[in-house]
Ligand binder design. Sequence first.
Ligand SMILES: [Zn+2]
Ligand SMILES: [Zn+2]
Length: 1020
Amino acid sequence: MAPIFSSFPDKPDHNLLELGILELWEREGTFEKLRELNREGPRFSFVDGPITANNAMGVHHAWGRTLKDVFQRYKALRGFHQRYQNGFDCQGLWVEVEVERALGLNSKREIEEYGLAEFAERCKERVAKFSEVITEQSRRLGMWMDWDADYYTFTDTNIEYIWRFLKTVYERGWLYQGHRSTVWCPRCGTSISQHEIFAGEYRELEHPSLYVRFPLKGREDEALSVWTTTPWTLPANVAAAVNPTADYGLRENGDWVATALYPDEAFVRSALGGELVGLEYEGPFDHLPAQQGVVHRVIPWDDVALDEGTGIVHIAPGAGAEDFELSRIHDLPVLAPLDEAGRMLPGFGFDGLASDEVAEPVIRDLRHRGLLVEAGTIVHRYPTCWRCGTPLVFRVVDDWFISAEEIRQPMLDANAKVEWTPAFYSKRMDDWLRNMGDWNISRKRYFGLPLPFYPCDDCSTLTVIGSREELEERALSGLDQLQELHRPWIDGVAVACSGCGKEVRRVPEVGDAWLDAGIVPLATLGWENPEFVSQGYATGAGKGLTTADLPDHAYWEKWFPANWVSEMREQIRLWFYSISFMSVTLTGRSPYERVLTYEKLLDETGREMHRSWGNAIAVDDAFDRMGADVMRWQFSVQPPNQNLLFGFGPANEIKRRLLTLWNSAKFLTDYANIGGWRPTWDDLVSDPGGELQPLDRWLVARTNAFVEEATGAYESWLTVNVVRGFDAFVEDLSNWYIRRSRRRFWDGDEVAFRALWYALVQGVRVVAPVMPFLSDHLWRALTSPCEDAPESVFLARWPEVPEPNTALVAEIAELRRVVELGRQARSAAGVNLRQPLRALVVEGASLAEGHSGELIEELRVKEIIFGRVEASELRVKPNLRLLGPKLGAELVSVRTALEADEFEELADGGFHAAGHDLSADEVLVERVGKAGWSVAASDGVTVALDSRLDEELVREGRVYDLIHRVNSMRKEMGLELTDRIELTLPEGDRDLLEHQDWIARETLAVSVGLGSELSIAETA
Ligand SMILES: [Zn+2]
Ligand SMILES: [Zn+2]
């Protein structure tokens, strides 16, 4: 007869097992069946934040994608109908920079020489390639999505929706072109917006550190001493700022500095900063053409720092954000020294040199003219470009902005209704919204959202195009070549100015990539779209990549807002911000009701992962070496408000824990095959029936309590509590239930089989969203003998369990705590586990009182006494760190008194000794057993173990050792569990014959005799 259950190998090969399950899901159409099953169910709306289709997935992406999948699977098990739409981010600086690298292009000039049409094709090819790679990797991770119907942000449909948003903000008067100082990446040749600076990295960089003299006009031999780390800004200097309320002093050498920065110096004369304001000085580069006509003077500025430099700040409004603001207040000229590529413009003296190449010639020049006080270097934290890592500079340029003023409060109001997990991130979002500046939406780049702005030089009207239809209506030429709404094709279309009708051209800028991702909750759900267009999302650059539909407005009404979104914490300033900005603007509502956000992924030692540091883990490598379940477990067990330390070390620990689950299932199926036990589906639908013993009843209650606990954890979006709960459940199941029930399985006790099977199957169902592969494998292994069981755990719905018997669960939890303390006490006494002892006193564990029998067995003692632990005594020592300084020479007498136990215990936990009151923290208290007793305590439970041995106990200990040795010998001889033996003891163990029945029973010996040495023989 074939076995009832298929047999288990000794341990799972996670990678192999997972590939097998993937194949099964594919062959059986499990995901499609699940969607069909839930089609009429209530809706759960999740909107996926797009992953950039620009490179292979990283393990940090796998974290977010795991959480998304966990909750989609959980909701599916609860019967919810879902959309399962994955999204790819496809345009903007991300993609451009990678394509430039691949093509070996190093500047915007080289891109233009390469050709924008060709460049756009390369960008699209990269997106097509990596969206496929990411799809494959996501499937391998176990992510269930509607993989053919992904949205791509570079489709014409998505672009049109953004145009519509831009037209709306224009009509509301929020759109403006600003002449602003912006943070600029000289390599990418574009502005970097506020949120992108935060996305970038501050690096420790070495920069020049210069002290320069600005001679004062009309004050012979007096000069301002200024400090700068950006020599390239000196040719653009127009003013020097002092703190008007700070003290300044004139040094012997004639330099003015803030006295706070030179505390040890004597000054010839001193003055308040305010007294210096208005003085004029000779600029460091007055001879340069750009400086002609500039009058340099001292201005007041309250923010001048008095903790570094000289307290006098050099101001170049064309090269710094705060400097630029000061130029507006004090009406200073703005000299902008850098071109797009960060090179010095003509007129600034160092034509064509990059900003960092200017340092040496500037220093030489200043030294030559006697203006240099000192030149050195400084290492400081400096912002770099989030895409290419180049150090950022400031430039004054014309950029397009959306004013945040009117939308700020509505966005705050919308956020107030959002439920954040963990909750305190809601405040982080509020902080960001309160401080957000206007949104800089323009990038001077190529493959991005084309800003639909058509300025007219003649009548100064700005025409903003809101849709493709409108573009076609207004077009004067170029429609015939418009293959998609990207550069260069869009630039070939000329339109009629809405003011005067004259032909106007589009501005060259493209949009911030966060516009592309921000429109998603409107664009993918068909907001205000009059009719459902099948495959209406496969437009423009997205043709052939997807079959996604463009739904109609009724559909949007059903699915907006998202019930839940989840991304990492930095998305507060990026995606959460941009989708909220655009949705609140267009619909007045937050696009999401709940958010789960989480911190950063680091390597297992807590360092950032970098390919160049050799500590990065490629996601494919992780699949092969740890498996997707173990990865998902690492992601899920992580509290979301802390950084995740990810690696193979933690993975091995998880594998070890999963082995306990595996061994428990193997134990059940091995013995069920021997005993011929077959499960029935009915046992799962209700509690298992039959004559349950107390331990079975506990296991069922423990299982039901876990189901309830895990359900609550999923409902609060906290996978960490699901995983921790499962871990504790499996530990109870294996190390309490199975360990204490082994004999019943050897005896083929049907009730025990039924109880254990119930626990395992319910446990696996509940953890399945976290660990889908192993769970479905175990589900299939455990339920295949049941005729009515669904073929996959994901088609089995969520378990419905009766109210758990929580009193019983608490009782055994306390019993297990006593056992744990008893073991601690034994180990502290240095007595091995096999040695029987006389007694254990238990205090503070009233729930465990009915379980003396179990305690006697578990702790191998003769007697359990529930009562006061009087065996304990106090040992009090002085806390020298505190008492040393306090008592001085008196310490000796206090210490002597404490050592001699001459002290009184005070009510507040302190002590009185040698005439001194000592507070609880001034002493170290140890409660120890009296001679021969070992004490352990935690959480209000105290146990005291009598560790004294007598002759009888020692003899019994030897019997246990003997039984253990004989059973090892049986195993070595390859005997079956049921084989009988003849046992011979050495002469020295003659006294053990007193226990020969016991020995025979435990070793399956038919006879116990004496001989020269310990030996066993199989009976004939
Ligand atoms: Zn850059
Ligand atoms: Zn016009």
